[in-house]
Every structure is written in C-alpha cells, then in structure tokens.
Write a protein that binds this ligand. Sequence first.
Ligand code: ATP
Length: 247
Amino acid sequence: MIDLENLTVTFDGFTAVADVDLRIDDGEFVTVVGPSGCGKTTLLRAIGGLQEPTRGTVAVDDRPPSAAQETGDIGFVFQQHTLLPWKSALENVVFLRELADEPPDRAGARALLETMGLEGFEDARPAALSGGMKQRVAIARAIHLGADVLLMDEPFGELDEITRDELGVEIRALWRRERKTVVFVTHSVPEAVFLGDRCVVMCDRPGRIEATFDVDLPSPRDAEALGSRAFQEQVATVRRTLHESYE
Ligand SMILES: Nc1ncnc2c1ncn2[C@@H]1O[C@H](COP(=O)(O)OP(=O)(O)OP(=O)(O)O)[C@@H](O)[C@H]1O
C-alpha cells in the first residue's frame, strides 16, 4: 500500500504540493490528472523516493520509499524513455535486474517483449525503434524488474493519439495480468478516465487534490470503451471539476 499523509513539498518558498492525503491499495490503477505545473511529477517523485517531503510522510508498504526503490520494488516509466542507446531492446529490459543484483532472466524478458508486440525487435537498438516501441521497451523493463509498484509520468506524452490509445489498452491488459500497483500521471483527461480505476484530479497554486473519482467503466477495457456514453460522461465530469477549480 502507498500511504501519503499531509504531504507537502516546497521549493524555495514555493509550495508545489500542499497537504496531500492519498492512500493507494495494492493492485490499484490510479491516474493523476491536472494542468501543467500542478505538482503531479513532484507527487510521483515523492512516492518514488526521488523527492523528500518538506512536511508530511510517504510510505510504500510501510517503508520509506527510498528503501523500496533501492530493493527494486518501485519501477519508473518516464515521458522520455531513458533507454541506453548502445544496448539492444532485450539488453535494455534485463539490465535493471542486473543492477539490482537479480538473476538474469532473458527468456522472461523475451516473453515480455513478445507480449508488448515487439517480437522480432529484441536485438534492435533504440535508434531503430519508433517512439511507441521505445515506450513499450521501457514498460517491459519496469515490469521485468519485478517491481510491485509502477510509477508512470506521462509515458505516452510524446506519442500520437492512435499509438496512445493502443498502448492504453495494452497497459490495462498487462496490469490485469501482472496485478501491479500503478500510479499514472497525465495531462489528458480522457487518458486518465480510460486507464484509471480511480482518478485523482489535481489543481495548482498550491498543488493539491481537488477531487477523486471512482471510474465506472467495464473491465477489461478495450478501444470500444473510448466511444461509450459512460466514458464520455465521466470525462465531462472530470473536465467540469478541473474548470470549476479555476473559477
Ligand atoms: N526542483 C524544483 N525546483 C524548483 N521548483 C520546482 C522543482 N520541481 C518542480 N518545481 C515547481 O513545482 C511546480 C510543480 O511542478 P511539477 O513538475 O510537479 O508539475 P506537473 O504538474 O508535473 O507539471 P507538468 O504537467 O508540466 O509536468 C511547478 O511550478 C514547478 O516549476
């Protein structure tokens, strides 16, 4: 479980995140949506142990997040894929495990790449892969590490809309199979609603949680859900909340 109590992060007197209370159960898929600068990345970094709270506490399975991160229990996927350019797709997937002193599992990494639609590209270097393929490798790498908690910061931010939708469906399917706890940050309201079982809406000055919605859509979700009335209505509700917070 991820437990944030009264989390506040201040940079030189500027409060990026104020008094955030949030509890995320094991196996939940939670999305965090809000405008640029409302503190989404800061919140995610605090959960991942990359940002010390100024006030309040963060615990991942009752441990400080830095401890969970050191033991490979937290995986990150960022907007920029951060793959090593000189390593193949397969080697990129396995190397984090090597860093964490876990036994290599090339067969497992191959199977994961295949699941992510990258069969035949195992030996390709990142330069030879499209943006969507690189993000698939980055997601496979985080899962292969064996982390129970996946923190994703705009992982589809640089991709075209069709690839985003496709990867959205895939990440949901993968999450159902692997039962990870996922915290997924995005600017996109439709993406937040489609992916999350719970959607946290943030607003800024200072960055805080404005509202939290339980997403009521069928699971598993496929691209069909994107056209459903229930989906459109929930997107509209989240949008309204965001706009009202700025009135
Ligand atoms: N290391 C830092 N030093 C000073 N200010 C920072 C630092 N990191 C973030 N901030 C400020 O904190 C606020 C929140 O930033 P953050 O990146 O968390 O927002 P965000 O919601 O993720 O934005 P975006 O969607 O544009 O990535 C911003 O005003 C930003 O300028």
